[in-house]
Design a protein around this ligand. Structure first.
Ligand SMILES: C[S@@+](CC[C@H](N)C(=O)[O-])C[C@H]1O[C@@H](n2cnc3c(N)ncnc32)[C@H](O)[C@@H]1O
Length: 249
């Protein structure tokens, strides 16, 4: 059984047990008339198990959003949803950095701009492995693009405080927690450059929680949302491991 099969078997096993599994958390997932309460919370890290479409509209504030949303068929709503909500919760000067597949850039740009956010830059995560030919496009992809938007302007733009590199290699990609797991170092770079210690970083599609791991390492607070209970559990485990690793929990 290879790694992908093992992950699928684990996922199926967790889904068989979905009722019990979710009910462990269910009491804590807010229904829309209750005050919003994280499913798991520790040392400034608030994780929500549930649909971002229900939870994110109820989040009031974050200093910086960094995310890697799904953009496979069926998720065409993501860019409009993300733009509208992140525009609402960011302070003026705050940033959104979102990974985005090459072919989805046109609709992502249109929707994010329509939300009132301001386009700032395109950045990239350089692949560190030999990369595959993209079928139908006849291109060998060497990087994954990320769109950087700001709310009106960029904090510190005039004083020039922080100057991120736009192309940062992802360290060797560990996929042990999620099939789309991304390298932590790339998120650390952006969190470092576009937020300050103690500020709130948000990821409405956190997968296995890589952004949360990076936020803890950079001493930020964090809000993460994930709909899949199996992935959510991976997040909780990774947060605990990271607190242990940095001797904070
Ligand atoms: C590309 S993955 C993120 C992977 C992450 N960057 C990591 O390193 O593990 C996107 C995640 O969004 C989650 N997702 C999809 N629809 C969602 C929704 N409506 N609300 C919250 N999460 C959702 C998926 O379950 C998936 O785990």
């Amino acid at each position: 059984m290879d790694e992908a099969d093992r992950r699928l078997a684990n996922l199926l096993e967790s889904l068989e047990d979905t009722d019990t599994y979710i009910s462990d958390y269910r009491g804590q997932v807010s229904n829309p008339s209750d005050p919003l309460k994280p499913t798991w919370s520790c040392n400034g890290i608030d994780l929500y198990l549930g649909d971002s479409r229900e939870i994110l509209p109820r989040i009031e504030y974050a200093d910086f959003c960094i995310t890697d949303p799904p953009y496979i068929p069926g998720f065409e709503w993501v860019w409009e949803f993300l733009g509208r909500n992140i525009k609402r919760i960011l302070p003026v000067g705050g940033s959104l950095v979102t990974l985005c597949g090459h072919v989805h850039i046109p609709e992502a740009l249109d929707n994010l701009r329509n939300s009132g956010l301001r386009y700032w830059w395109i950045a990239g995560m350089r692949h560190t492995i030999e990369h595959k030919l993209v079928i139908g496009k006849y291109v060998v992809a060497q990087f994954k693009p990320a769109l950087w938007f700001v709310n009106e302007t960029r904090k510190g733009a005039n004083s020039g405080t922080k100057t991120p590199f736009d192309m940062v290699p992802g360290t060797k990609n560990d996929k042990s927690r999620h099939k789309w797991q991304q390298p932590t170092n790339w998120f650390e770079h952006w969190i470092d450059n576009l937020s300050e210690e103690g500020e709130i970083v948000i990821d409405p599609f956190m997968g296995s929680g890589t952004t949360g791991v990076a936020a803890i390492k950079k001493r930020r607070r964090f809000i993460g949302i994930e709909i899949n209970p199996y992935d959510f559990d991976q997040c909780v485990e990774r947060m605990k491991d990271t607190f242990e690793e940095i001797g904070n929990g």
